[in-house]
Write a new protein. Sequence first.
Length: 217
Amino acid sequence: MRIKLDRFLTSETFISFFYRLILFYSWTFRLKIENDKDWVDYRRNGGVVLLCTWHQQFFSAIRPFKNYKTFHPSIMISQSRDGEIVVKMALRNGWNPIRGSSSKGGMEALKKMITNLKEKKLAAHIVDGPKGPSGIVKAGVIRLAHATNAVIVPFSVSAEKAWYFNNSWDRFLLPKPFSHVFLRFGKMIQFDRVKDKESLEDQRKQLEEIMLPALII
C-alpha cells in the first residue's frame, strides 16, 4: 500500500494537479515583491546571484519565482520522497533541481550547484533545509558563494494572515487566501573568500544574524 501511495504522489497526474492547485491558491495572495531590482540588474549585467531563505517560508515564493525562469536557475532539493515531488514542481516552474542535502548526497549536489551557478549565474538555496534545525544557517551556502564568486541575497516572506504548522520542525508558513503577502529581498552580500574554518564559521554566523530577524518563531 505504501509503495502504491508513493507512486501516486510522484506520478505526473498528481504532480500536475498539485502544481496547478498551488498556483491557483497562490494567485489569491495580494502579493507585493520588494527590492528585487538591484539583484536582477546585477544578474543581467553578468553578476552571479545566490538567493537564500528559510525552509519555513519558501512556499509563497513558488509562483513569483516563475518570473526568473529565463535565467535557468538551479536549486538544491533533498533525495527524499517529498523531495521527488518538489523536483517535479521545480521543473514545471522552469528551475533546474539538483538532488542532495546535508544529510545525503550533499557533496555531489554541491559540485553540481557550483557548476550550474557558474554557468547560469542564478540559484536559490534553503539555508536550514531540509530537516533543520530551524534558524541555523548551514555552511554549504557560504562554500557555494565562495566557489562561484556569488553575492548572497537573503529573501523572506511574511503574511498579514497565515497558518503556522506547529507540528513541523520549521513552523511552516502558509498564508491564508486573499491575505497580503510580502516577498522581500535583502541587500546583496559579498563575502571574501576564506580557507580556514574559523573565518568560514564567522561568515556563516554573520549571514545567520542577518537572516534571523525574518524567521517567525
